[in-house]
Design a protein around this ligand. Structure first.
Ligand SMILES: [Zn+2]
Length: 380
């Protein structure tokens, strides 16, 4: 289960606000259960897979999910993508400081992309743990160029930059380190996109609270618990370094994964979107933060930034995962997200009853389709 990986488990810990989101990323069985009427699809159940009518409306958006990790050439998943008319970006991530190379992950992602009937596009990466090697820059550029030549649409950098990779003196490598500049330049010169998952939700920098749903996780995985790392950069410092990248590379399109890690502060997010025209964010695994906004605030924010927000989930399919189960979870989560964004259904998670946002169709088209194509050309 290594490939269900830290990122997903960690995000799971933070998505406690929304039971369904946890189900979507961890495979738990919990589902929200709340019968309600649907404004757009009267026969629709509020939980579970799409109804026929809902599916028609969803598929008509030509939906794209720009944040997935599929490492298995699963015919079941291809069938789901075809049935939902859903395109995905399949992202390689350099996760493991001990891994010999990214070759295996690359091969697995290409394997799925190549059997996906055109429904999956590759997002590549490079190994930041090698950043002190003399060959790092040329090797990283050669690797991503090779993937671009074969159809990759973007390059991912991950939170291990800022939170894990260190020099021999224990100083953390930051995303604005000059060592990355030639790579950023190559990405923009090739008219590709940088997908940046930098930093994490706030509470990994805060004291542990046993009541917190993520308490057990960071006790088991102290490597991501920044609060306990004396020399670790603050979250603010990592985001400032991210902002330097945006400033220094105005022609580089950057998509901040997970609401740019500003999920708890929509004013901060708005400020960065206003400040950096080359910046957009995906909503992967951060829907709970949108759901828990006052409904009118959520609608106002999405409508104001309707050109800068990209629908995404962070769904994964590990090499050894049971694809049939995963496919059911994926569909339920797509259905639930769609009901929340597109309908005025009453939806329940945990103790909360919330109402879907019923966003205008034009805005839904942007979230689900237009923005993905604009910010990540070649994604479908
Ligand atoms: Zn991810």
């Amino acid at each position: 289960m290594r490939r269900v990986h830290l990122e997903v488990k960690w995000q799971l810990a933070w998505t406690f606000l929304l039971v369904y989101a946890a189900a979507a990323v961890c495979g738990c069985k919990a589902r929200p259960a709340a019968p309600a009427t649907s404004s757009l699809a009267t026969e629709a159940p509020v939980t579970g897979p799409f109804s026929t009518q809902e599916l028609q409306q969803f598929a008509a958006l030509d939906p794209i999910d720009t944040h997935t990790h599929v490492y298995q050439s699963s015919p079941e998943l291809v069938a789901l993508l075809e049935r939902l008319n859903l395109h995905i970006l399949d992202i390689v991530v350099a996760r493991d400081p001990d891994q010999k190379s990214l070759d295996e992950e690359r091969r697995q992602v290409w394997g799925f992309v190549n059997v996906s009937h055109g429904y999956a596009t590759m997002c590549t990466t490079f190994d930041p743990f090698l950043y002190r090697e003399p060959s790092f820059r040329n090797a990283a550029i050669a690797e991503i160029d090779n993937d671009f030549d074969h159809g990759a649409a973007a390059v991912k950098i991950w939170k291990n930059i800022g939170e894990q990779v260190k020099d021999p003196k224990g100083r953390y490598l930051m995303p604005d380190d000059p060592v990355f500049e030639p790579i950023y330049k190559e990405i923009s010169d090739r008219d590709k996109t940088l997908i940046a998952h930098l930093a994490d939700p706030d509470s990994i920098w805060e004291p542990p609270t046993p009541k917190s749903p993520d308490y057990g996780y960071y006790m088991q995985h102290p490597e991501w618990y920044m609060y306990k790392k004396p020399n670790a950069p603050s979250k603010a410092a990592i985001l400032v370094a991210r902002d330097h990248v945006l400033e220094r590379n105005p022609k580089l399109r950057v998509v901040g994964a997970h609401l740019g890690s500003m999920e708890a502060d929509f004013k901060l997010l708005a400020d960065r979107l206003d400040r950096y025209p080359n910046f957009a964010v995906d909503i992967a695994a951060r829907m709970p933060y949108i759901v828990m906004l006052p409904r009118t605030d959520a609608i106002a924010f999405i409508e104001k930034y309707q050109d800068r927000l990209i629908y995404a989930t962070d769904h994964s399919l590990a090499p050894e995962a049971k694809a049939q189960d995963a496919v059911k979870q994926w569909e339920s989560s797509y259905a639930f997200d769609w009901r929340f964004l597109a309908t005025s259904d009453s939806l329940q998670y945990r103790d909360h009853q919330v109402q879907g946002l019923a966003l205008p169709t034009a805005v839904l088209h942007k979230l689900y389709h237009d923005n993905a194509l604009h910010w990540i050309p070649g994604v479908m």
